[in-house]
Write a protein of this length. Structure first.
Length: 439
Protein backbone atom coordinates (compact mmCIF):
# COMPACT_ATOMS: atom_id res chain seq x y z
CA UNK A 1 0.00 0.00 0.00
CA UNK A 2 1.76 3.23 -1.13
CA UNK A 3 2.18 5.95 1.51
CA UNK A 4 -0.17 8.92 1.47
CA UNK A 5 -0.11 11.87 3.86
CA UNK A 6 -2.22 14.86 4.74
CA UNK A 7 -0.76 17.84 6.58
CA UNK A 8 -3.39 19.81 8.48
CA UNK A 9 -2.11 23.26 9.43
CA UNK A 10 -4.09 25.81 11.46
CA UNK A 11 -4.13 29.21 9.75
CA UNK A 12 -2.49 32.04 11.75
CA UNK A 13 -3.11 29.90 14.82
CA UNK A 14 -2.75 32.33 17.73
CA UNK A 15 -4.70 35.04 15.93
CA UNK A 16 -7.41 32.54 14.93
CA UNK A 17 -7.75 31.44 18.56
CA UNK A 18 -8.35 35.05 19.63
CA UNK A 19 -10.97 35.42 16.90
CA UNK A 20 -12.91 32.41 18.18
CA UNK A 21 -13.81 34.38 21.32
CA UNK A 22 -14.09 37.73 19.56
CA UNK A 23 -15.66 37.35 16.08
CA UNK A 24 -15.49 41.14 15.72
CA UNK A 25 -11.80 40.69 14.91
CA UNK A 26 -12.63 39.04 11.58
CA UNK A 27 -11.39 41.14 8.69
CA UNK A 28 -9.20 43.30 10.93
CA UNK A 29 -5.42 43.44 11.20
CA UNK A 30 -4.49 41.44 14.32
CA UNK A 31 -1.13 40.51 15.82
CA UNK A 32 -0.09 38.42 18.83
CA UNK A 33 3.10 39.23 20.74
CA UNK A 34 5.66 37.03 22.47
CA UNK A 35 6.47 37.02 26.20
CA UNK A 36 6.81 40.49 27.72
CA UNK A 37 4.99 41.79 24.62
CA UNK A 38 8.28 41.79 22.76
CA UNK A 39 7.99 40.50 19.20
CA UNK A 40 5.27 39.53 16.74
CA UNK A 41 4.67 35.75 16.78
CA UNK A 42 1.38 35.55 14.88
CA UNK A 43 -0.26 37.78 12.26
CA UNK A 44 -3.59 37.84 10.49
CA UNK A 45 -3.55 38.06 6.71
CA UNK A 46 -4.59 41.70 7.03
CA UNK A 47 -1.56 42.41 9.23
CA UNK A 48 0.70 40.65 6.74
CA UNK A 49 -0.70 42.87 3.99
CA UNK A 50 0.43 45.91 6.01
CA UNK A 51 4.00 44.61 5.86
CA UNK A 52 4.25 43.45 9.47
CA UNK A 53 6.92 40.76 9.54
CA UNK A 54 7.20 37.72 11.76
CA UNK A 55 9.50 38.31 14.73
CA UNK A 56 9.64 42.10 14.36
CA UNK A 57 9.87 43.90 17.75
CA UNK A 58 6.65 45.64 18.76
CA UNK A 59 8.36 48.97 19.47
CA UNK A 60 9.50 49.22 15.85
CA UNK A 61 5.93 49.12 14.48
CA UNK A 62 4.06 51.22 17.05
CA UNK A 63 3.40 54.02 14.55
CA UNK A 64 2.05 51.52 12.03
CA UNK A 65 -0.13 49.92 14.74
CA UNK A 66 -1.64 53.29 15.64
CA UNK A 67 -2.05 54.42 12.05
CA UNK A 68 -3.89 51.28 10.91
CA UNK A 69 -5.58 50.48 14.23
CA UNK A 70 -3.98 47.07 14.42
CA UNK A 71 -5.45 44.93 17.21
CA UNK A 72 -2.65 43.77 19.54
CA UNK A 73 -2.79 40.80 21.92
CA UNK A 74 -0.36 39.29 24.39
CA UNK A 75 0.28 35.55 24.15
CA UNK A 76 -2.09 33.29 26.07
CA UNK A 77 -0.32 29.95 25.86
CA UNK A 78 -2.63 28.01 28.18
CA UNK A 79 -5.58 28.97 25.97
CA UNK A 80 -3.74 28.17 22.74
CA UNK A 81 -2.65 24.79 24.11
CA UNK A 82 -6.22 23.90 24.99
CA UNK A 83 -7.48 24.92 21.55
CA UNK A 84 -4.71 22.82 19.98
CA UNK A 85 -5.83 19.81 22.00
CA UNK A 86 -9.37 20.24 20.69
CA UNK A 87 -8.15 20.44 17.10
CA UNK A 88 -6.06 17.27 17.47
CA UNK A 89 -8.94 15.39 19.05
CA UNK A 90 -11.09 16.37 16.07
CA UNK A 91 -8.46 15.29 13.54
CA UNK A 92 -7.96 11.91 15.23
CA UNK A 93 -11.30 10.77 13.79
CA UNK A 94 -10.09 11.16 10.20
CA UNK A 95 -7.17 8.73 10.19
CA UNK A 96 -6.07 5.52 11.92
CA UNK A 97 -2.67 7.14 12.62
CA UNK A 98 -1.85 10.77 13.39
CA UNK A 99 1.37 12.58 14.28
CA UNK A 100 1.03 15.82 16.24
CA UNK A 101 3.92 17.72 14.68
CA UNK A 102 3.50 21.04 16.51
CA UNK A 103 0.89 23.04 18.40
CA UNK A 104 -0.86 23.91 15.12
CA UNK A 105 0.13 21.10 12.72
CA UNK A 106 -0.56 17.37 12.38
CA UNK A 107 0.22 14.70 9.81
CA UNK A 108 -2.52 12.17 8.99
CA UNK A 109 -1.76 8.76 7.49
CA UNK A 110 -4.15 8.36 4.55
CA UNK A 111 -2.65 5.18 3.05
CA UNK A 112 -5.51 3.19 1.49
CA UNK A 113 -7.72 6.26 1.03
CA UNK A 114 -6.88 6.53 -2.70
CA UNK A 115 -10.27 5.24 -3.78
CA UNK A 116 -11.85 8.31 -2.21
CA UNK A 117 -11.99 11.82 -3.60
CA UNK A 118 -9.06 13.16 -1.57
CA UNK A 119 -9.85 16.81 -2.20
CA UNK A 120 -13.40 16.23 -0.96
CA UNK A 121 -12.01 14.44 2.10
CA UNK A 122 -9.77 17.42 2.77
CA UNK A 123 -12.81 19.69 2.59
CA UNK A 124 -14.57 17.46 5.14
CA UNK A 125 -11.60 17.78 7.48
CA UNK A 126 -11.53 21.53 7.05
CA UNK A 127 -15.28 21.88 7.61
CA UNK A 128 -15.35 19.61 10.67
CA UNK A 129 -12.50 21.43 12.41
CA UNK A 130 -14.16 24.79 11.72
CA UNK A 131 -17.51 23.58 13.04
CA UNK A 132 -16.15 21.93 16.17
CA UNK A 133 -13.43 24.40 17.17
CA UNK A 134 -14.06 27.59 15.18
CA UNK A 135 -10.54 27.49 13.72
CA UNK A 136 -9.66 27.61 10.00
CA UNK A 137 -7.19 25.03 8.71
CA UNK A 138 -5.34 24.27 5.49
CA UNK A 139 -4.93 20.72 4.19
CA UNK A 140 -2.10 19.56 1.93
CA UNK A 141 -2.16 16.00 0.55
CA UNK A 142 0.78 14.21 -1.09
CA UNK A 143 2.90 11.04 -1.27
CA UNK A 144 5.50 12.26 1.23
CA UNK A 145 5.56 14.51 4.25
CA UNK A 146 7.75 17.09 2.50
CA UNK A 147 5.39 17.26 -0.48
CA UNK A 148 2.41 17.53 1.90
CA UNK A 149 4.16 20.53 3.46
CA UNK A 150 4.59 22.02 -0.02
CA UNK A 151 0.92 21.41 -0.80
CA UNK A 152 -0.23 23.08 2.41
CA UNK A 153 2.02 26.07 1.82
CA UNK A 154 0.64 26.63 -1.67
CA UNK A 155 -2.94 26.06 -0.50
CA UNK A 156 -2.54 28.93 1.98
CA UNK A 157 -1.45 31.31 -0.76
CA UNK A 158 -3.95 30.29 -3.44
CA UNK A 159 -7.53 31.57 -3.40
CA UNK A 160 -8.40 29.00 -6.04
CA UNK A 161 -7.27 26.14 -3.80
CA UNK A 162 -9.61 27.35 -1.03
CA UNK A 163 -7.45 25.79 1.66
CA UNK A 164 -7.16 22.33 0.05
CA UNK A 165 -4.48 21.06 -2.33
CA UNK A 166 -3.99 17.43 -3.40
CA UNK A 167 -0.63 16.77 -5.05
CA UNK A 168 -0.74 12.99 -4.65
CA UNK A 169 -1.45 12.33 -8.35
CA UNK A 170 -1.36 15.85 -9.77
CA UNK A 171 0.04 16.53 -13.25
CA UNK A 172 0.96 19.98 -11.91
CA UNK A 173 3.37 18.73 -9.24
CA UNK A 174 6.51 20.10 -10.91
CA UNK A 175 4.80 23.42 -11.50
CA UNK A 176 3.90 23.53 -7.81
CA UNK A 177 7.48 22.77 -6.78
CA UNK A 178 8.79 25.53 -9.04
CA UNK A 179 6.59 28.00 -7.15
CA UNK A 180 8.22 27.22 -3.77
CA UNK A 181 11.50 28.92 -2.89
CA UNK A 182 14.23 26.55 -1.76
CA UNK A 183 14.50 28.23 1.66
CA UNK A 184 10.81 27.44 2.24
CA UNK A 185 11.25 23.70 1.74
CA UNK A 186 10.79 21.73 4.96
CA UNK A 187 14.21 20.80 6.31
CA UNK A 188 16.39 23.16 4.25
CA UNK A 189 16.94 26.06 6.63
CA UNK A 190 18.80 29.33 6.11
CA UNK A 191 22.33 27.89 6.08
CA UNK A 192 21.64 25.25 3.45
CA UNK A 193 19.51 27.70 1.44
CA UNK A 194 22.54 29.94 0.94
CA UNK A 195 24.68 27.00 -0.14
CA UNK A 196 22.05 25.85 -2.65
CA UNK A 197 21.34 29.32 -4.02
CA UNK A 198 25.06 29.84 -4.69
CA UNK A 199 24.84 26.80 -6.99
CA UNK A 200 21.75 27.97 -8.86
CA UNK A 201 19.24 25.94 -6.87
CA UNK A 202 16.60 28.48 -5.90
CA UNK A 203 13.34 26.53 -5.87
CA UNK A 204 12.02 23.12 -4.83
CA UNK A 205 11.88 21.77 -8.39
CA UNK A 206 15.56 22.51 -8.97
CA UNK A 207 16.36 20.86 -5.64
CA UNK A 208 14.37 17.79 -6.67
CA UNK A 209 16.62 17.35 -9.72
CA UNK A 210 19.88 18.39 -7.99
CA UNK A 211 23.03 16.27 -8.21
CA UNK A 212 22.89 13.62 -5.49
CA UNK A 213 26.64 13.65 -4.98
CA UNK A 214 26.63 17.37 -4.28
CA UNK A 215 23.75 17.04 -1.82
CA UNK A 216 25.34 14.07 -0.08
CA UNK A 217 28.65 15.84 0.41
CA UNK A 218 27.12 18.97 1.89
CA UNK A 219 23.86 17.81 3.52
CA UNK A 220 24.58 14.15 4.19
CA UNK A 221 21.90 11.48 4.53
CA UNK A 222 19.32 14.06 5.57
CA UNK A 223 19.81 15.87 2.25
CA UNK A 224 19.41 12.65 0.25
CA UNK A 225 16.20 11.86 2.10
CA UNK A 226 14.97 15.35 1.29
CA UNK A 227 15.56 14.71 -2.42
CA UNK A 228 13.70 11.40 -2.21
CA UNK A 229 10.80 13.09 -0.44
CA UNK A 230 10.56 15.75 -3.18
CA UNK A 231 10.58 12.94 -5.74
CA UNK A 232 7.55 11.38 -4.03
CA UNK A 233 9.45 8.61 -2.24
CA UNK A 234 8.45 8.61 1.41
CA UNK A 235 11.35 8.48 3.88
CA UNK A 236 9.52 9.63 7.02
CA UNK A 237 6.51 7.67 8.27
CA UNK A 238 3.86 9.04 10.59
CA UNK A 239 5.19 8.86 14.16
CA UNK A 240 2.34 8.22 16.58
CA UNK A 241 4.37 8.22 19.81
CA UNK A 242 6.97 10.68 21.02
CA UNK A 243 10.51 9.46 21.69
CA UNK A 244 11.48 9.30 25.36
CA UNK A 245 12.22 12.71 26.79
CA UNK A 246 15.91 13.29 27.55
CA UNK A 247 15.71 16.67 29.24
CA UNK A 248 13.25 19.33 30.35
CA UNK A 249 13.89 23.01 30.87
CA UNK A 250 12.07 26.17 31.91
CA UNK A 251 13.52 29.67 31.53
CA UNK A 252 12.43 33.22 30.84
CA UNK A 253 14.03 36.41 29.58
CA UNK A 254 13.25 39.36 31.84
CA UNK A 255 11.86 42.62 30.51
CA UNK A 256 14.65 44.43 32.38
CA UNK A 257 17.94 43.48 33.96
CA UNK A 258 17.67 42.21 37.55
CA UNK A 259 20.41 42.57 40.14
CA UNK A 260 18.68 41.61 43.40
CA UNK A 261 19.39 38.03 44.47
CA UNK A 262 15.97 37.75 46.16
CA UNK A 263 14.15 38.46 42.88
CA UNK A 264 16.29 35.99 40.97
CA UNK A 265 15.73 33.30 43.60
CA UNK A 266 11.97 33.78 43.35
CA UNK A 267 12.12 33.47 39.56
CA UNK A 268 14.31 30.36 39.71
CA UNK A 269 12.05 28.73 42.31
CA UNK A 270 8.99 29.39 40.14
CA UNK A 271 10.60 27.95 37.02
CA UNK A 272 11.78 24.89 38.95
CA UNK A 273 8.27 24.35 40.31
CA UNK A 274 6.88 24.53 36.77
CA UNK A 275 9.46 22.01 35.55
CA UNK A 276 8.66 19.64 38.42
CA UNK A 277 4.93 19.86 37.62
CA UNK A 278 5.63 18.94 34.00
CA UNK A 279 7.73 15.98 35.14
CA UNK A 280 4.88 14.65 37.25
CA UNK A 281 2.36 15.17 34.45
CA UNK A 282 4.45 12.85 32.28
CA UNK A 283 5.17 10.44 35.18
CA UNK A 284 8.91 11.15 35.03
CA UNK A 285 11.73 11.95 37.44
CA UNK A 286 15.06 13.76 36.98
CA UNK A 287 18.50 12.71 38.17
CA UNK A 288 20.44 15.94 37.62
CA UNK A 289 19.60 19.65 37.68
CA UNK A 290 21.39 22.53 35.95
CA UNK A 291 20.95 26.19 36.89
CA UNK A 292 22.11 28.95 34.55
CA UNK A 293 22.26 32.74 34.77
CA UNK A 294 22.72 34.98 31.72
CA UNK A 295 23.55 38.65 31.53
CA UNK A 296 22.42 40.86 28.63
CA UNK A 297 24.03 39.43 25.49
CA UNK A 298 23.91 42.86 23.81
CA UNK A 299 26.20 44.40 26.41
CA UNK A 300 29.91 44.08 26.98
CA UNK A 301 31.18 41.42 29.37
CA UNK A 302 28.34 39.05 28.53
CA UNK A 303 28.34 36.10 30.91
CA UNK A 304 26.59 32.75 30.96
CA UNK A 305 27.23 31.01 34.28
CA UNK A 306 25.88 27.55 35.03
CA UNK A 307 26.26 24.70 37.48
CA UNK A 308 25.02 21.10 37.40
CA UNK A 309 24.08 19.24 40.57
CA UNK A 310 23.20 15.58 41.02
CA UNK A 311 20.16 14.68 43.09
CA UNK A 312 20.69 11.96 45.73
CA UNK A 313 17.62 10.15 44.35
CA UNK A 314 15.92 10.82 41.01
CA UNK A 315 12.91 12.94 41.89
CA UNK A 316 10.00 15.13 40.80
CA UNK A 317 9.38 16.41 44.34
CA UNK A 318 9.06 20.19 44.01
CA UNK A 319 10.55 21.21 47.40
CA UNK A 320 13.57 18.98 46.80
CA UNK A 321 14.16 20.36 43.30
CA UNK A 322 13.73 23.96 44.45
CA UNK A 323 16.21 23.41 47.27
CA UNK A 324 18.74 21.94 44.87
CA UNK A 325 18.24 24.79 42.38
CA UNK A 326 18.71 27.48 45.03
CA UNK A 327 21.83 25.72 46.26
CA UNK A 328 23.26 25.92 42.75
CA UNK A 329 22.17 29.54 42.43
CA UNK A 330 24.09 30.57 45.53
CA UNK A 331 27.29 29.19 43.97
CA UNK A 332 27.12 31.04 40.66
CA UNK A 333 25.35 34.31 41.52
CA UNK A 334 27.61 37.36 41.54
CA UNK A 335 26.39 40.54 43.30
CA UNK A 336 26.30 43.66 41.17
CA UNK A 337 25.68 41.91 37.85
CA UNK A 338 22.53 42.66 35.91
CA UNK A 339 20.95 39.38 34.85
CA UNK A 340 18.62 39.18 31.87
CA UNK A 341 17.68 35.50 32.02
CA UNK A 342 17.57 32.63 34.50
CA UNK A 343 16.63 29.03 33.88
CA UNK A 344 16.68 25.45 35.10
CA UNK A 345 17.36 22.32 33.04
CA UNK A 346 16.50 18.83 34.30
CA UNK A 347 18.47 15.89 32.94
CA UNK A 348 18.79 12.11 33.18
CA UNK A 349 15.03 11.88 32.79
CA UNK A 350 13.55 8.46 33.56
CA UNK A 351 10.13 6.92 34.34
CA UNK A 352 9.04 7.57 37.91
CA UNK A 353 8.86 3.85 38.62
CA UNK A 354 11.06 2.04 39.35
CA UNK A 355 13.54 4.48 40.93
CA UNK A 356 16.74 3.37 42.65
CA UNK A 357 16.32 4.36 46.30
CA UNK A 358 19.01 5.35 48.75
CA UNK A 359 19.42 3.78 52.20
CA UNK A 360 20.17 7.21 53.68
CA UNK A 361 17.39 9.06 51.82
CA UNK A 362 15.90 11.63 54.27
CA UNK A 363 12.73 12.12 52.17
CA UNK A 364 9.61 10.04 52.80
CA UNK A 365 8.97 9.28 49.10
CA UNK A 366 5.41 7.85 49.37
CA UNK A 367 4.34 10.81 51.51
CA UNK A 368 6.00 13.28 49.13
CA UNK A 369 4.26 11.65 46.15
CA UNK A 370 0.84 11.95 47.82
CA UNK A 371 1.51 15.59 48.69
CA UNK A 372 2.49 16.45 45.11
CA UNK A 373 -0.58 14.69 43.75
CA UNK A 374 -2.80 16.76 46.06
CA UNK A 375 -1.08 20.03 45.08
CA UNK A 376 -1.39 19.21 41.36
CA UNK A 377 -5.09 18.35 41.71
CA UNK A 378 -5.82 21.65 43.46
CA UNK A 379 -3.90 23.69 40.89
CA UNK A 380 -5.63 21.93 38.01
CA UNK A 381 -9.04 22.45 39.52
CA UNK A 382 -8.66 25.96 40.95
CA UNK A 383 -6.18 27.40 38.45
CA UNK A 384 -2.40 27.56 38.03
CA UNK A 385 -0.43 28.85 41.02
CA UNK A 386 -3.35 28.50 43.43
CA UNK A 387 -0.86 26.80 45.72
CA UNK A 388 2.76 27.97 45.53
CA UNK A 389 5.86 27.61 47.68
CA UNK A 390 7.16 30.48 49.77
CA UNK A 391 10.40 30.52 47.80
CA UNK A 392 8.38 31.62 44.75
CA UNK A 393 7.35 34.87 46.44
CA UNK A 394 3.98 36.01 47.70
CA UNK A 395 2.90 38.35 44.92
CA UNK A 396 3.24 42.09 44.84
CA UNK A 397 5.71 43.74 42.51
CA UNK A 398 7.89 40.96 41.13
CA UNK A 399 10.09 42.37 38.33
CA UNK A 400 10.89 38.90 36.98
CA UNK A 401 7.29 38.10 36.10
CA UNK A 402 6.43 38.04 32.41
CA UNK A 403 4.37 40.99 31.19
CA UNK A 404 1.11 40.44 29.28
CA UNK A 405 -0.38 43.94 28.98
CA UNK A 406 -2.62 43.07 26.04
CA UNK A 407 -3.83 39.62 27.06
CA UNK A 408 -7.46 38.94 26.23
CA UNK A 409 -9.89 37.21 28.57
CA UNK A 410 -10.30 34.36 26.10
CA UNK A 411 -10.21 30.93 27.71
CA UNK A 412 -11.80 27.58 26.90
CA UNK A 413 -12.00 26.32 30.47
CA UNK A 414 -11.95 29.19 32.99
CA UNK A 415 -14.83 31.07 34.61
CA UNK A 416 -13.61 34.65 34.17
CA UNK A 417 -14.94 35.49 30.69
CA UNK A 418 -18.43 34.04 31.21
CA UNK A 419 -21.15 36.72 31.17
CA UNK A 420 -23.47 36.81 34.17
CA UNK A 421 -27.01 36.44 32.86
CA UNK A 422 -28.55 35.61 36.25
CA UNK A 423 -27.58 36.20 39.85
CA UNK A 424 -26.81 32.56 40.67
CA UNK A 425 -25.32 31.70 44.05
CA UNK A 426 -21.56 31.41 43.57
CA UNK A 427 -21.45 27.71 44.49
CA UNK A 428 -24.21 26.92 42.01
CA UNK A 429 -22.40 28.81 39.25
CA UNK A 430 -19.15 26.96 39.89
CA UNK A 431 -20.95 23.62 39.91
CA UNK A 432 -22.81 24.41 36.70
CA UNK A 433 -19.74 25.59 34.81
CA UNK A 434 -17.69 22.64 36.06
CA UNK A 435 -20.28 20.24 34.69
CA UNK A 436 -20.30 22.04 31.35
CA UNK A 437 -16.51 21.99 31.19
CA UNK A 438 -16.41 18.26 31.88
CA UNK A 439 -19.04 17.50 29.26
Amino acid sequence: MPPLFALVDCDNFYVSCERVFDPGLEGKAVIVLSNNDGCVVSRSNEAKALGIGMGVPEFKIRDLIRRHRVQVFSSNYAFYSDMSRRVMQTLAGFSPAMEVYSIDEAFLDLAGFERWDLAAYGRRIRQRVREWTGLPVTVGIARSKTLAKVAARLAKRSKRAAGILDLSASPWLDRALAAVAVEDVWGVGRRYAGFLAARGITNALQLKHADEGLIRRRMGVVGLRLLRELQGISCYPVVTSRPPRKSLGVSRTFRQEITRAADLREALASYTAAAAERLRAEKLVAGVLTVYLLTNRFRENYRCDNITLRLPVASSHTPELIGCALQGFSRIFRPGRGYKKVGVQLGEIAPESPVQASFFDPVDRPKARRLMQAVDRINRRMGPATLVYGAQGLGGEQPWKTTFKHRSRATATGLEPLPEAFDFPKTATVSLVSNLAVS
